[in-house]
Design a binder for this molecule. Structure first.
Ligand code: HEM
Length: 545
């Protein structure tokens, strides 16, 4: 008797699978093209134009975005008009608003223009953060907004203890030989410890395996979004799950450290709440686990009280902190070291003086480091870490209409021209010059004024030049209700870091600040080598050479 297989044709032949795959790709590509948000055609587009051929040229122009955004800013934004930068690879088109409409944008409610949906789109939330819910409902951001600033006083002593250790471990303790290091890498080696000291405290912040896992996770996310930029959207459903394996694996390693600590914390809190006499004097540690659990408890968010959910939320926070801080530190220190001896000595003098007068690194000490604050703010201005910032996705189904009547349809991305604004004479004198003390000079002059002179001074304006102060014209931390809630922590972290480094190390000056190149609208830092040697004793004004 002939077998069934011989009578009926095989279902899963190579040609059937290939045909099914091609059909799927064609249908999903057509579906995507038909349903993709269309940026307004009533406003100018930069790049090669709007047609099919121009679209293809725009699609592969990975190096042009910087010139396009600068051109659009000069030609259109300066006149108060928006423009569109086209799609390049997987980086979607954006409507770039002019400076005079940014206040309007920041005032839009989340159900009209959404920051989190903008992040979800850009970061490929379906695949990159272990579980889509993590970015769909960014509860960790809510927790950080609520707790980080108000707990800074409690966090600073831990930082003050951790920074000198981290600095010595990376830059070395040899007082005889010079040590060569790659600048950005030196921050990638130190920032994860400091971030996790704030998020989770000791001993996790010292666990090498844990730190390696969270660092690898942040690199996974960056690699995944870079790869998905290159892959047609039709294939994301196949490629995405494969790419998601790496972040899942690194989460799994990190969870071996975090989940037991979270479970123990929940058990301690539960016992304390139940009035267990053994917990009468027990103090809840001031860290992300407590903040997260307590917030979820008070808001009735039982899903957010689960240990695994809290553990998953630690990863996007590491992602939000590590690269941004390391890149900011790389630019800031690189510019300080290439700015000449007056800048370095000016910063050393300030750090030495305030530390001596206050006796420790405290909130008060750090608030007095106005030169350091200015040097960091100035480097953020000179070296933006992205060309366009504060991206929002239009989520209201009927779209949104700008104050000058441009209708932007549902699903479009809208953002601010931070790169060109940072270099605009409209906002800064000599914007092409790195002037480390640009923002602190007025404050230092104020301190030497007579009471009469002080009375005539615009103190508020002067104070608005601080590193953490955001404005529609100063966007390194964005602006408005979604401005970075980590910036207050970063300002303390970097001030202690740079002070410890400059006071305890001799550093060979750099010939020029760190170089970078632009890939689409993101920056890629190029390697910078520094040479350092531990001083026999910390810098003092008397040891000035
Ligand atoms: C120098 C370092 C940092 C820079 C330059 C930076 C920059 C930014 C920017 C520009 C945004 C807004 C993004 C947007 O609008 O699309 C943002 C948001 C955010 N950042 Fe930072 N950040 C830094 C460090 C940190 C740190 C240390 C944390 C601490 C956990 C943090 C937590 C967050 C969170 C939770 C958000 C989301 C806020 C929201 O959408 O409401 N960041 N950051």
């Amino acid at each position: 008797m002939a077998s069934d297989a011989a009578e009926s044709p095989a279902l899963f032949t190579i040609s059937h699978i290939a045909t099914a795959l091609i059909t799927y790709c064609v249908f999903t590509t057509v579906y995507y093209l038909v349903t993709a948000p269309r940026p307004p055609t009533s406003i100018p587009w930069v790049g090669y134009g709007k047609g099919w051929i121009a679209g293809l040229r725009n699609f592969i122009a990975v190096k042009e975005a910087k010139d396009w955004v600068a051109e659009g800013y000069d030609k259109y934004n300066r006149q108060g008009n928006a423009f569109v930068t086209p799609q390049t690879l997987g980086m979607l088109p954006e409507v770039i608003l002019p400076p005079n409409q940014l206040r309007w944008m920041f005032d839009q409610p989340d159900n009209v223009m959404s920051t989190s949906e903008g992040h979800y789109e850009f970061l490929h939330g379906d695949y990159s953060f272990v579980d889509p819910i993590v970015l769909q409902d960014p509860y960790h951001e809510h927790v950080i907004h609520k707790h980080l600033v108000r707990n800074l006083t409690a966090i600073i002593p831990g930082l003050a203890e951790e920074v000198p250790r981290a600095v010595a471990a990376v830059y070395g303790t040899d007082t005889k030989e010079w040590k060569k290091l790659e600048l950005l890498q030196s921050f990638m080696d130190t920032i994860p410890t400091l971030t996790n000291r704030m998020l989770l405290g000791e001993p996790i912040c010292h666990e090498r395996k844990y730190l390696d896992a969270v660092l690898a996770f942040t690199l996974d996310v960056i690699r995944n979004l870079s790869v998905l930029f290159l892959v047609p959207r039709a294939l994301h459903a196949f490629v995405g799950p494969v790419l998601s394996l790496a972040p899942k694996y690194h989460y799994w390693i990190s969870s071996k450290f975090t989940v037991p600590v979270i479970k123990k914390r929940i058990s301690d809190i539960t016992k304390k709440d139940a009035g267990d006499p053994e917990y009468k004097d027990w103090q809840e540690p001031c860290d992300f686990i407590t903040w997260s659990y307590r917030t979820a408890q008070s808001e009735g968010r039982h899903d957010e009280m689960r240990p695994e959910r809290i553990a998953k939320r630690i990863l996007p926070l590491n992602f939000a902190s590590i690269h941004t801080t390391a890149m900011t530190a790389n630019d800031a220190l690189g510019m300080i070291l290439s700015a000449g001896p007056e800048v370095i000595e000016g910063l050393r003098e300030e750090a030495h003086r305030v530390r001596k007068e206050e006796g420790a690194w405290t909130k008060q000490t750090l608030s007095r480091m106005v030169r350091m604050d200015s040097a960091i703010r100035e480097s953020q201005r000179m070296a933006p870490i992205a060309l366009t910032f504060a991206g929002r996705k239009v989520v209201s189904k009927q779209g949104v209409t700008t104050p000058d009547g441009v209708h932007i349809g549902y699903g479009n991305l809208v953002s601010c021209p931070w790169g060109p604004m940072a270099a605009d004479t409209e906002y800064h004198e000599n914007p092409d010059v790195y002037d480390a003390f640009r923002f602190s000079r007025a404050q230092e002059e104020y301190e030497t004024m007579s009471p009469d002179e002080k009375a005539n001074c615009d103190v508020l304006k002067m104070k608005q030049k601080g590193m953490v102060t955001t404005a529609t014209y100063h966007l390194p931390f964005s602006h408005g209700k979604h401005a970075c809630p980590g910036r207050f922590f970063v300002s303390h972290e970097l001030k202690i870091f740079f002070a410890e480094f400059l006071l305890n190390y001799d550093i060979k000056p750099l010939a020029e600040p760190p170089k970078k190149m632009w890939m689409i609208r993101s920056v890629v830092p190029l390697p910078t080598t520094i040479e350092v040697r531990r001083r026999e004793s910390p810098w003092t004004p008397e040891s000035r050479t």
